[in-house]
Structure formats: C-alpha cells, structure tokens
Design a protein around this ligand. Sequence first.
Ligand code: SAH
Length: 351
Amino acid sequence: MAGMSETDISSLFPEEIAALPVMEGQGAFRSKQIFEWLHAHRVGSFEEMTNLPAALRGKLAESAYISLPEKVRVQESATDGTRKYLLKMHDGELVESVFMKYKHGNTVCISSQVGCRMGCKFCASTVDGLSRSLAASEMTGQIYTILKDTGERVSGIVVMGMGEPMDNYDNLIRFIRLISDERGYGLSRRSITVSTCGLVPEIKRFAEEGLPVTLAISLHAPNDEKRRLIMPIANRYSIAELMDACRFYFDKTGRRVTFEYSLISGQNDTDADAEELSVLAGSAGAHINLIPVNPVRENGMSAPDKDRVIGFQKKLEKNRINATIRRELGRDIDGACGQLRRRTLTGDFVC
Ligand code: SAH
C-alpha cells in the first residue's frame, strides 16, 4: 500500500514528472521514458523500467507509487462477452468498471468516484453516499488493468460507471488529457463519452476546455416536476437551464449531446412524456438513448414491458427525434452502476 507522502506519479504529465525532486539532475528524456512506461507499456513497478538507471529506479520506488487497481472479482456475461470488474484502489476502496464488446470495437465504462452524492432514486451507486473522488490515475488505471486482464484492444471509453464525473471536475479533465496523450495510450478524444446528471456550471466550463468528447446528459424525465421526484439535482438546476448548457456545449464543440432516458414504469413512460421529451431533444439537437431501468433492490422501480419501450421510441421517431434503445449488455451480471460493489460490501454476492 502506498504511503500518504508518496507521489501519485501515474497522474502526472512528463513535464510534471520532470519537476519532482527525485528527478533533479535527470535529462527531460527520462521523464518522458517514465511516462511511456506508465501509459504506453503500463508496467506495475519501477523495476520494470529497464532503460532507467538502477539508482533512479530505487529512488523512484521510495518516493512515488504506481497507481494500478487490483482485480478483485470479475463477472462475465454468458451471452454477450461483457465483463464487469470489481477493482481495488491502493487504499482498499472498491470501484466497478465494465468491458463491453461492440461491433465497432471494445469499450470500457469507468467509474469517476467511489460512491456518489447525487442521490438519484434509481441508482445503486448513490445508496451509501460518496466515499471519495478518484484521482486521474485511478481512472486510467481501471482501463489499464482491464487491458492487461483481457489482452484486448480498447478503442472507446465511457465515463458512466459509479460517481458523478462533473463532481470530480479537475481529475476528470486530467484523466481525459492523460489517456489521450500521444506519448502514452493515445486514445482518440472523440471516442470518449462523459455522462453527467446535469451540473450546469461544470457543463459550461467543460464546453470551453477544447476537448472534442461526447457529452451525455442523464435526463430521465421530460419536465422539472417529474425529474425532481427521481433526481435531487433537478432541485438545483431546471431543465431550461440544462438545455441552455447543452446548446452551449453544442455551439462550442460542434458535438451533438446525447440524452439518456431510463424508462421507469408508471413514472416517465407515457406517450405524453415522449411528446414533451421530443420538444426538449429537438431544441437541444440531442439524440436519445432509451434504457429500460435496471431494477435495483433498494428502490422497487421496474421497467415498462417491451411493447411500451418500443411504443415510446416510435413516438419519439414520429417527431423526428433520433432514439435508440440501449442494448442491455450485461443485464445478467448486475449491469447497472454500483450493483456489484453494493452486493460485495453487503455480503450479498451470489456468483
Ligand atoms: N453520474 C453520471 C454517470 C453515471 S450513471 C450520470 O448521472 O450520468 C450512468 C447512467 O446510468 C446514467 O444515465 C444513470 O442515470 C443510469 N443509471 C443508473 N442507475 C440505473 C438503473 N438502475 N437503471 C438504468 N439506468 C441507470
């Protein structure tokens, strides 16, 4: 376990590594080599950095640590190749990440926080509140541990696991810049999607970072009244303010936003809801991802039947709103956020 005084070197860019006391007197190329070891080769120890002088490796090991989460548990879907990981951080905290196979390539869904303080009623990640935010290295680390475990390539990242990424803003931005750095993993920024429950000031700030990533908004309701019943954040920002922020994002980045809409039986799934939602999506130029809600033991919500889901989609399409029903990858393995961790923490895990 890493000591508190040690440097989280996996969160640093080469220029920052070069400024560490331990690097004094070393040429700039050394810090680039270290960055490469960490993000291109993704080694787990300084010992493996074989082109560094042994003395430097020793000093690095004393003053810094490499942040690579440890695999605790994996559940593999019997049907679609989805692998859900429970990963342990250096202080013992647990997060979930998911490896998904799509026709266009493999995608990893990562967590941005341990727990969450947003309080959405349908979500398992928030039941015990927020434990802490993740460092940038703990976000890249989820991907690196999964790359190592699967031996497969990963071409897409979605920040849709546990936590609210905009509630961990600085580390989120650092993560995006780290994972897309050409000197390391070099993932295309266009293949990154960040999902938020709608922190309006952060969305606006995000629009101005010059990062061409896709923004997904967890909308889940067609008006403020219904949204407040399931998402506390709706008490802080109105849908009108949220739509403004979405338009701003589109204007600044040229990237269409996605609305995520979890269909909950009897709460947001009528044709009238679809009509209202169409107006919102039209005004923001958004397309919609429909997700039949994944039942979580704590909340007693259920998904509408298949006909209602398709009926809802048809209504949107009639209004010329592009809507897809999310392929429910990994439903047989507790696909929804936070479910695997909760079951493990409550000793309720069934293999
Ligand atoms: N905090 C961020 C990202 C994490 S959640 C956000 O709110 O967007 C990723 C998506 O899964 C969100 O749209 C979230 O609302 C949704 N989600 C959470 N629990 C769910 C459940 N039980 N069923 C369906 N979708 C769920």
